[in-house]
Design a protein around this ligand. Structure first.
Ligand SMILES: Cc1cc2nc3c(=O)[nH]c(=O)nc-3n(C[C@H](O)[C@H](O)[C@H](O)COP(=O)(O)OP(=O)(O)OC[C@H]3O[C@@H](n4cnc5c(N)ncnc54)[C@H](O)[C@@H]3O)c2cc1C
Length: 408
């Protein structure tokens, strides 16, 4: 989609590694604040997870009670920016649809978890509500009669990820930003504790600050991150033939592990079932489709929405997420190295965080502090040993054979 560009600048204020939604968002916000920027990617813009995801976005999370308020604030600002700020500032239409969303309970354990999650999210300021099965089917008639209920998230929706990331990149280019694509960054250059730039496969660039926005690949450039702090997790998606309007809003189920939505064209896009992939998709760096996982996704879709049972699958793909040990992103300064910053590890939800992360990171790099609370996302928490190591997206996967409870 874009020309290969290897021409390196000699020196920039800030060098960003990774041209996904995180890197492009940070570039846009820093460039707007008058910094000269170079964004590097070993492939093209939006070639990582940002171009291979479900496009679902929203506020809050049922999964992290301990960081609930910071998550509500960051994702709330993210959703506000999508609706009020970026849609106005950026030239391109990224097809944002503010529809609300549901998290479906298919068994008693999920229902109990979601009812509790509604309570803690409401306390953190997120607009969510529990609906029983009848109420849920009034909202979305295509839902199976066998579901037990849903968490209804009013501040949610979906968008076209590819268009948003390119809109951010184009927005950054209006200011002083260069995208150096098809160029791998080999290492961060230091003088003592001070960042001085980057070494790439095509030469070196001086920079006053470096931001690592490489998500699944982050340990390549930060090898001293504790092993397991961030790991690649391969996610799969299928897309069906188009149908008439049947899913008015995105859905997820089973602790956010399965999810889907209907696109503008009427196609149903659905992903998840990583537990049926090779090694549950963990630690893989290949972006292949894997039939058992795709079969699980199809099964999930037709079980929760029986009317979709006879639809044909027309396309599948996969992408690599960056899973952190505790399931929270890493956003902030890195170690004791002056000028080194990280924005990575967005797990399964980068489009609910990355726009506000761009703002927080730009404030941090430019002013030394952010007005948004990013303390729970401190990238140094794993090295300090004060982070949990039970990512709720991952926990229990091996013990869960993948049968939806509606099968019974
Ligand atoms: C199948 C799937 C479904 C998903 N569904 C959703 C969803 O519905 N909603 C949601 O919010 N999130 C979803 N996600 C997660 C979301 O896509 C990610 O959280 C988000 O895209 C992360 O963006 P990023 O910019 O941090 O990383 P990426 O988009 O992965 O970008 C990182 C970039 O860094 C580059 N890079 C890495 N190392 C180097 C190096 N050494 N030198 C140069 N370049 C380098 C890579 O080439 C890549 O382009 C999904 C992910 C997948 C895979």
């Amino acid at each position: 989609m874009e020309e290969q560009n290897h021409a390196l600048p000699t020196s920039v204020d800030v060098a960003i590694v990774g041209a996904g939604v995180a890197g492009c968002s940070i570039a846009y916000q820093l460039a707007k604040r008058g910094k000269s920027i170079a964004v590097f990617d070993r492939r093209g813009i939006c070639s990582g997870a940002s171009g291979r995801n479900g496009g679902i976005t929203g506020t809050g999370s049922a999964l992290h009670a301990s960081a609930g308020e910071a998550i509500a604030a960051l994702t709330g600002e993210n959703f506000r920016m999508l609706q009020d700020e970026l849609s106005r500032e950026l030239d391109d239409d990224f097809s944002l649809m503010v529809t609300g969303g549901i998290d479906v309970a298919t068994n008693d354990e999920q229902a109990a978890f979601l009812k509790q999650a509604v309570v803690h999210q409401q306390a953190a300021g997120t607009d969510v509500e529990w609906l029983d099965s009848r109420e849920a089917r009034e909202l979305i008639p295509a839902l199976s009669e066998s579901i037990l209920g849903v968490e209804w998230k009013r501040n949610s929706g979906h968008l076209w990820p590819f268009q948003l990331v390119h809109a951010l990149a184009n927005g950054a280019r209006h200011y002083d930003t260069r995208f150096i694509t098809h160029t791998e960054v080999k290492r961060v250059l230091m003088d003592g504790n001070q960042v001085t730039g980057l070494e790439t496969e095509h030469g070196t660039v001086e920079a006053g600050a470096v931001v690592i926005a490489t998500n699944a690949w982050t340990r390549d450039l930060l090898p001293d991150l504790p092993e397991g702090a961030i790991v690649p997790a391969r996610g799969q998606i299928l897309v069906t033939q188009p149908v008439g309007q049947i899913l008015p809003m995105p859905f997820s189920t089973n602790y956010d592990k399965e999810y889907g939505r209907q696109t503008h064209s009427g196609q149903i896009l659905c992903g998840g079932f990583r537990r049926l992939d090779v090694d549950e998709g963990l630690g893989l760096y290949t972006e292949d489709s894997h039939t058992p996982a795709i079969g699980g996704i199809a099964h999930c879709l037709s079980t929760i929405f029986p009317k979709l049972r006879d639809l044909r699958v027309v396309r599948t793909w996969s992408g690599l997420m960056g899973f952190t040990a505790d399931g929270l992103p890493m956003i902030g300064s890195y170690g004791d190295r002056a000028g080194l910053f990280v924005a990575a590890g967005f797990n399964g939800g980068g489009f609910s965080y990355s726009l506000a992360t761009g703002k927080a990171m730009a404030q941090l790099v430019a002013n030394g502090r952010s007005t948004l609370d990013i303390d729970p996302f401190d990238p140094n928490r794993f090295a300090r040993g004060d982070a949990g190591w039970e990512n709720p997206f991952t926990a229990g996967e091996r013990n869960n054979p993948g049968k939806l409870s509606l099968d019974a």
